[in-house]
Design a protein around this ligand. Structure first.
Ligand code: P6P
Length: 338
């Protein structure tokens, strides 16, 4: 890569600061904190195999999932980086039972942003060297500056997001994010520790030929999902489609945004609300998807219109190329009408 031909993430953040009328630079500092933390996590992920931090931390998170050592470490790294910038008054994380009020300094409680984060999504893939990711979502607090942060600051609809994005720790490490003016992707040059703008104005194709779902759960799926899977597999028109499932949301989403496709994690007979968490997985990915011309629903309604009621609530998730999500929804509505 000829560095001089690409803008760095730092320069991009500053350039885009003007997009925010009367921007005080707080969001820029917040995004820079995420950028720094991602580099530290990237280093840990890349050496996990030799640094004896692979494997389980010996305890469970609120999801009842075995916490991988890197999960715990990534959570600490992002919380530390965000706390030090005095631009975040509260953080909610998949790895922390309750939200965290930032008391780093007397100024933190005056800051206007809260961050919701899945610090290391897909972490069960770490031991088998498959890509993992960080997902983040940023809101303005709804409570008064200077007062303690409250649960309602976090239980906001996805349409209120100020920014959202992910880090994918894959064959290369990338940050992909939006502040509501399109989606841009930045690739890390590890030799310099610098992210460069490599994927400007990322867009989903209107349709695609990749469907991404854990078909091992087929027997537990709602009828509409079963019908859609059979539709994808029929030899008609531009089908059968290709099935691709990495088992890491960030990686499956990223591939679909580049190649076109749909990712589905539906409700099942065992998990009526599916597996993915609304606040720090589905809403940020939905913001990115819509900003990239895609669509994101729970099979019936727009994900970003769902009013959250609990910090770790789950929702069914259909996300990707607009026409593919529309088609899957049509099967869901048809099955529900029977
Ligand atoms: P399953 C990882 O645990 C995750 O939250 C997503 O990253 C991924 O897409 C999904 O769960 C995989 O779940 O049940 O198919 O293994």
């Amino acid at each position: 890569m000829s560095e001089q031909s690409f803008q760095t993430l730092g320069e991009f953040i500053i350039d885009k600061q003007e997009d925010f009328l009367y921007s005080t630079g707080e969001l820029s500092r917040l995004l820079s904190a995420i950028r720094l933390a991602s580099k530290v996590v990237n280093r840990q992920v890349n050496k996990a195999g030799i640094a004896n931090i692979i494997g389980k931390a010996g305890n469970e998170n609120i999801q009842g999932e075995e916490q991988q050592k890197l999960d715990v470490l990534a959570n600490e790294i992002f919380i530390e980086a965000l706390s030090q910038r005095e631009v975040v008054c509260g953080i909610a994380s998949e790895e922390s039972d309750d939200f965290i009020e930032i008391q780093a300094s007397c100024n933190a409680h005056l800051s206007k942003y809260v961050v919701l984060i899945d610090p290391l999504d897909g972490s069960s893939n770490i031991d088998v060297n498959v890509s993992v990711g960080t997902i983040f979502s940023i809101y303005r607090r709804v409570s008064e500056p200077g007062t303690p942060v409250i649960l309602e600051d976090f239980l906001q609809k996805g349409v209120n997001q100020i920014a959202a994005g992910y880090v994918v720790y894959g064959s290369s490490t990338m940050i992909v994010y939006t502040t509501g003016n399109g989606v841009n992707g930045f690739t890390l040059d590890p030799s310099l520790g610098t992210y460069y703008l490599s994927h400007p104005n990322m867009m989903f194709s209107r349709t695609g030929k990749i469907y991404s779902i854990n078909e091992g759960n087929y027997i537990k799926f709602p009828q509409g999902v079963k019908d859609y899977i059979k539709y994808c597999q029929r030899e008609e028109e531009d089908r059968p489609y290709t099935s691709r499932y990495i088992g890491s949301l960030v990686s499956d989403f990223h591939r679909n945004m580049i190649k076109g496709g749909i990712y589905i994690y539906p409700s099942t007979s065992q998990s009526p609300n599916g597996k993915l968490r609304l606040l720090y997985e589905c809403n940020p990915m939905a913001f990115l998807a819509e900003q990239a011309g895609g669509k994101c629903t729970d099979g019936f309604q727009r994900i970003m219109e769902i009013q959250p009621t609990e910090l770790h609530q789950r929702v069914p998730f259909f996300c990707g190329s607009y026409d593919m999500v529309e088609k899957a929804e049509a099967f869901m509505r048809e099955a529900a009408a029977k």
